[in-house]
Design a protein around this ligand. Structure first.
Ligand code: BMA
Length: 310
C-alpha cells in the first residue's frame, strides 16, 4: 500500500479554478488558518512569470475561495530580484512572533535566490527581502529557535562541476543575518533516484523521533528528468545532525496529471498540514496542477526506520 494516498478528486486545483486567465497553478505553500486550509499557490501567467494567489477552503479539498486578483505580484521596481517572478513558497508559523514566515524563490537577473515575507492574515504581506543570494532555492524555516537561533534549510547550487545540488542548513539571531552554514543532505550521485539534485519540500515537521524532512530528488534519464520524493530525519535538538535517510523513494509521478503537463514526471510538494497523526500533503503535479495526498506520520516514521541507510 502507498504511504501517501492520493485524493480521488485529484488534481484538486488547476488553472480553470482561477478567476483570471493564467497558464498553470502548482507548487503551493500550505497552512491552517482558523478553520481554513490556506494555500499560497504559485500561478504562472501567460507571459511565463509566476506570482502568488491565496486559496482558502474549509475541507482543504473543494470549494476553494480564490481572490479576484493576485495576492502577491513580483515587484521588480522595489525588489529587483523579483524580475522574473516569485515561486514555490514554504510557510512556517512562528509562534514566538505570532506570524507566518514565508520563504520563496525570487527569480533574479542573476538566477534564483531565497526571499522572506511575513503575514498575520494572508491578506497583507510584508516583504523582508532576500535572505540567501543566488543560486539558491527550496528554503523553509523551522518553527522554533535552537539555542536562541532561528534555523533555515535551503539549497545552494555548488559551482564545482559535477557535484550536484545539496541541502544545507543555516542559522540566524534575527531572521536577517544568516551564518553557521552547513551541508546536511547530499545528492547521492551514481544510480540513485536522488542522484543529481535534491531540495527540501515542505517545512520540517516536528515528530517524536525528530524533524521529519520530505525532499525531492532529481534523476536525469534518456527521456528527461524525474522528480521523486524521499524522507529523512534530523535530530530534535541539533538539526545539523541527520539521524535517518531513506534508501527508496516514497512517492513518485504515476498518475496522468503527474506524468504529463508543462513539465512531465514531476511531483513537487511545498506544504503539508498535520492534524494529530494525519498529514495532508499538497504537491505540484507536472508543473500544471495542485494535488493532495494523505499519510499517517507514524507510518512514515516506521517506514523510514526500515529504510534507513544511517
Ligand atoms: C524546479 C523548480 C520547481 C519545478 C521543478 C520542475 O527546479 O523550478 O518549481 O516544479 O523544477 O520543473
Amino acid at each position: 500500500m502507498e504511504l501517501f494516498r492520493r485524493h480521488p478528486d485529484n488534481p484538486i486545483l488547476s488553472s480553470s479554478h482561477l478567476p483570471y486567465q493564467v497558464n498553470t497553478v502548482f507548487n503551493a505553500g500550505a497552512t491552517q488558518v482558523g478553520d481554513d486550509i490556506v494555500l499560497l499557490m504559485r500561478v504562472e501567467d501567460r507571459r511565463g512569470i509566476s506570482h502568488f494567489s491565496v486559496a482558502r477552503s474549509s475541507d482543504g479539498i473543494s470549494n476553494w475561495r480564490i481572490e479576484e486578483r493576485p495576492s502577491i505580484m513580483p515587484d521588480p521596481d522595489s525588489y529587483p530580484e523579483e524580475i522574473w517572478g516569485i515561486e514555490d513558497s514554504r510557510i512556517t508559523y512562528l509562534e514566538e512572533k505570532s506570524l507566518w514566515a514565508i520563504t520563496y524563490t525570487a527569480w533574479s537577473e542573476f538566477g534564483p535566490l531565497v526571499s522572506l515575507a511575513t503575514t498575520v492574515d494572508f491578506r497583507d504581506f510584508q516583504r523582508q527581502g532576500p535572505v540567501m543570494p543566488p543560486e539558491n532555492k527550496d528554503a523553509a524555516l523551522f518553527p522554533i529557535r535552537f539555542n536562541g537561533r532561528w534555523a533555515m534549510i535551503h539549497r545552494p547550487v555548488a559551482k564545482k562541476e559535477g557535484t550536484g545540488a545539496h541541502i544545507w542548513i543555516s542559522f540566524s539571531p534575527d531572521l536577517r543575518h544568516w551564518g553557521g552554514h552547513r551541508m546536511i543532505l547530499q545528492a547521492r550521485g551514481d544510480a540513485w533516484w536522488d542522484t543529481s539534485k535534491i531540495g527540501l519540500g515542505p517545512p520540517p515537521l516536528k515528530t517524536q523521533d525528530g524533524w521529519l524532512i520530505l525532499y525531492h530528488g532529481v534523476k536525469t534519464t534518456g527521456s528527461g528528468v524525474i522528480y521523486r520524493l524521499g524522507l529523512a530525519l534530523l535530530d530534535l535538538n541539533d538539526p545539523t545532525r541527520v539521524i535517518a535517510r531513506c534508501d527508496e523513494w516514497v512517492f513518485a509521478p504515476e498518475k496522468e496529471y503527474e506524468v504529463s503537463g508543462d513539465v512531465d514526471k514531476v511531483v513537487f510538494p511545498c506544504g503539508w498540514v498535520p492534524e494529530g497523526d494525519h498529514l495532508r500533503l499538497y504537491y505540484g503535479a507536472a508543473d500544471s496542477y495542485i494535488a493532495l495526498a494523505t499519510a499517517s506520520v507514524s507510518e512514515l516514521l516506521a517506514w523510514l526506520k526500515q529504510h534507513n541507510i544511517y
